[in-house]
Design a binder for this molecule. Structure first.
Ligand SMILES: Cc1cc2nc3c(=O)[nH]c(=O)nc-3n(C[C@H](O)[C@H](O)[C@H](O)COP(=O)(O)OP(=O)(O)OC[C@H]3O[C@@H](n4cnc5c(N)ncnc54)[C@H](O)[C@@H]3O)c2cc1C
Length: 485
């Protein structure tokens, strides 16, 4: 016994332990409790929600909301788009099970009280509309799931970090070892659902699994440490899809408005050689745009524009930063003007009347930069961008000083993947068989996304987190209550 007369090792007992209180873990807990299982959820942080609290909307196909709004987005089309986007590198059964569940999950959330208000496009000309957004964004999802969980008797324990799985003598899941506020906590259970949100804050794991240098990347999402991955691989689970990062770019650390300015297609992006390297409209699909940036020296670039473009953007608004993200975060349309001004003097942005001085600040060869600008301006005059083919509507010559530039970096939202699962969200062992009683969901799991977050199916990561958690929870309850895997 310790001096406070508390047992050295607090022991609880339940049917299912869920590790992680983000969208995936909470969905698992609610779904399992709805089936009649006793559920305890552990959350490492002080409050529930994880990155899910900061997302805006979920992917779904053939939902009641899409039907009401007459949005024709079929499950089959979404499935085929995902397979094509990944070049068949994902597990079709997992993606099919997710897509098929997604429409009903919108109903499930509505039934709990979540009020969706729209299914907006994420970028102009989006083929399918899948991004289901409620007022209040991710926090609204989390609040509803917490309310449901409490009503169903789910035990929610915060500041409790799962450390290790307990196995019985046959190797079956028997519970979890954790610490709560630094004190040991043991929970006996027949089933465990892992949903710890990935490893974006674990530099060692990123260096091990991600092939490129990440020293210039800045983190936007929470610093999750890959606990789920390490816990299950510690008992022989297999892995799939390690090294996929959900990134955005070009990004500007510390300012959402400047991050959108950095991606505006009316500006140009210049690398450290002083050259353009892509049609800047790639910024409208920022999760793909970042891939072009990652191929450049030091994975950085400069977003460059002139006084004329600045005036155009003040009068017309930023191309990307005018939608839901802005509205939800209550950012004014011209907030970037003030934010830019605040950065002057910090060395992060530059204003000058001279391309030579600009080149000097960027550390690029002045002759190369001036040749790049001249070529670009010629393309603007003829309405044809000979290498990158940027749309005429965004070809605006850069001839009117002052000239402006921002130093941009890739932003890391989350990691995706790692734990190998099947279409029942059972964790797969190195012997290629499910580990009885062990399930995983959300960003901890792999096999459903390839190397790039597919924004064509907007909301797909948050949608996957909610749906995979829900299915994992239902199956864990079946396992515990009916003995079925
Ligand atoms: C700013 C931002 C905006 C985004 N917007 C969108 C969007 O609009 N649409 C979209 O599809 N995706 C979006 N994403 C991605 C999306 O948020 C994630 O894919 C999704 O939330 C992942 O859910 P999760 O439950 O797997 O992880 P999380 O929600 O991060 O939850 C994991 C939880 O596990 C806890 N945990 C970790 N280790 C332990 C441990 N050992 N013991 C106990 N608890 C532990 C963590 O503290 C955390 O609370 C966004 C991400 C960010 C950062």
């Amino acid at each position: 016994m310790n001096p406070g007369n508390k047992p050295d090792n607090e022991i609880l007992e339940t049917d299912i332990v869920v590790i992680g209180g983000g969208g995936s873990g909470l969905s698992a807990a609610v779904a399992a409790a709805q089936k009649g299982a006793r559920v305890t959820l552990l959350e490492r942080r002080r409050s529930l929600g994880g990155n899910s609290k900061r997302a805006l909307g979920i992917f779904a196909a053939e939902s009641p909301l899409q039907r009401r709004l007459r949005i024709d987005t079929s499950r089959d089309v979404c499935f085929q788009l995902a397979m094509a986007y990944s070049h068949n590198k994902i597990n079709p059964r997992i993606f099919r099970a997710f897509v098929n569940k997604s429409g009903d999950t919108v109903r499930w959330l509505q039934e709990q009280g979540l009020k969706f208000f729209d299914v907006p496009s994420f970028f102009p000309g989006q083929l399918v509309r899948t991004w289901h957004c409620p007022k209040g964004g991710g926090a609204a999802f989390i609040n509803i799931l917490i309310k449901s969980g409490k009503a169903l008797g789910v035990q929610l324990i915060t500041q409790a970090r799962a450390k290790r799985l307990l196995l019985d003598e046959k190797g079956n899941v028997a519970g979890i070892l954790a610490t709560r506020k630094g004190e040991p906590l043991q929970i006996k259970a027949k089933s465990v659902v892992i949903a710890t949100g990935g490893y974006a804050g674990n530099k060692k794991l990123i260096a091990k699994y991600y092939p490129l240098d990440t020293s210039n990347m800045f983190r936007i999402g929470l610093p999750h440490t890959g606990d789920g991955l390490q816990i299950v691989t510690g008992i022989g689970a297999d892995t799939e899809g390690l090294g996929t990062l959900q990134m955005t770019g070009p990004g500007f650390p510390g300012s959402l408005p400047l991050s959108y300015l950095a991606k505006d297609p009316n500006a140009i992006w210049i690398n450290k050689k002083g050259e353009r390297f892509i049609d800047e409209r790639a910024g409208l699909k920022q999760f793909e745009g970042v891939n072009a940036m990652l191929r450049q020296p030091d994975q950085t670039c400069f977003t460059v524009f002139d006084f004329g473009v600045r005036q155009f953007l003040i009068e017309n608004g930023l191309t990307a930063g005018r939608g839901l993200t802005y509205r939800e975060q209550r950012v004014s349309a011209t907030a970037w003007v003030d934010d830019f001004q605040k950065e002057v003097g910090k060395g992060t942005v530059k204003t000058t009347d001279s391309w030579d001085e600009m080149a000097d600040w960027m550390g690029v060869d002045s002759a190369v930069l001036k040749a790049t600008i001249e070529d670009y301006n010629m393309g603007c005059d003829t309405g044809y961008d000979p290498i990158y083919g940027k749309s005429r509507s965004n070809l605006k010559p850069l001839r009117t000083p002052p000239y402006y530039a921002l130093r941009c970096y890739p932003g890391l939202l989350t990691t995706i993947g790692g734990i190998k699962i099947n279409e029942y969200w059972q964790v797969i062992g190195k012997n290629d068989r499910p580990i009885p009683g062990l399930y995983a969901g959300g960003n901890d799991t792999g096999g459903w996304v390839s190397d790039t977050y597919d924004i064509n199916l907007a909301g797909v990561t948050f949608g996957y987190a909610i749906n995979s958690g829900r299915i994992a929870g239902e199956n864990a309850a079946k396992f515990v209550l009916e003995g079925k895997p």
